[in-house]
Design a protein around this ligand. Structure first.
Ligand SMILES: [Fe+2]
Length: 272
């Protein structure tokens, strides 16, 4: 159960070490922050204390990197237990992950790979989602990823995502930049893709910047968000109603003030 004071709304920002110390001294701030638990779980000293102080003032959401929910490997129970105590300690209710796999045969691949868009994958991953939810005592929220080769399977991606959410009961973290990137690289209409998704499942939205290399767009999270992604965000919000939006920036991280300006731009889009 999410406590009322911790409900996220408006525009949040992905918290990075490079500006974590500035968050508490700044006059302006995003409404909430998202953290990658893997980056903070084992940290002590300055970073732990800073995170505790940030948590006293802001709602936090966790966005994981290494769950590998789509892998045929069994779930790493030790990791999940460690994660649960971190979520409990910081009173974090929302934990999101990616619809992907990032480990195989016990080895971590350090990237997110798409799942086959098949009924078999829907059933297999749904069973794993329930296992994870039982240990964490929280509902899982799952994000559509960007990918650079079309995985096998007769289903369309939107059809696969809808079936997975339906079968598992998980929520959707809709990354509109990932929809845009995939639409360019795989040649489809991003607006039609959004319209076909079950938008009643959206818990929150991601936006990020990408970079173009010739005909390929790469989801680098290393540049400001662009107008075409803003347009897709507006289109999505017109259909979902107000849902929280999170700005991701993981590379070429600019000064904190610049990120706050970008958060401000996104807030204007959210409040139209
Ligand atoms: Fe994302």
């Amino acid at each position: 159960m999410i406590r009322v004071m911790d409900r996220i709304s408006g525009v949040g920002l992905g918290l990075r070490y490079s500006f974590a110390g500035e968050v508490l001294d700044s006059e302006f701030a995003p409404s909430w922050f998202e953290i990658a638990p893997e980056n903070w779980m084992g940290r002590g000293g300055f970073f732990r204390r800073t995170l505790e102080r940030i948590r006293e003032r802001f709602p936090l959401v966790c966005h994981g990197l290494s769950l590998s929910i789509g892998s045929p490997d069994p779930i790493n129970l030790n990791f999940l237990k460690e994660l649960k105590s971190f979520l409990d300690r910081f009173e974090i209710e929302i934990y999101s992950e990616h619809i992907s796999f990032s480990s195989l045969g016990g080895s971590y691949l350090h990237d997110l790979f798409p799942l086959p868009f098949t009924e078999e994958a829907v059933r297999r991953v749904s069973r794993k989602i329930k296992e994870v939810e039982e240990v964490l005592e929280r509902s899982l929220v799952l994000e559509n990823i960007s990918y650079y080769w079309r995985p096998p399977g007769k289903m369309e991606e939107w059809e696969f995502i809808n079936a997975l959410l339906e079968e598992s009961g998980a929520g959707l973290l809709l990354d509109v930049n990932n929809v845009y990137v995939n639409s360019v690289n795989h040649g489809y209409d991003p607006y039609e893709f959004i319209e076909r998704l079950d938008l009643s499942r959206v818990v929150y939205i991601h936006v990020a910047g990408h970079e173009r290399f010739g005909r390929i767009v790469v989801d680098t999270h290393g540049a400001p968000t662009i107008e075409e992604v803003h347009r897709l965000l507006r289109f999505t919000l017109e259909r979902t109603g107000p849902v929280p939006v999170l700005l991701e920036r993981d590379n070429n991280i600019p000064p904190y003030g610049e990120l706050l300006e970008e958060v401000g731009k996104l807030e204007k889009i959210c409040h139209v």
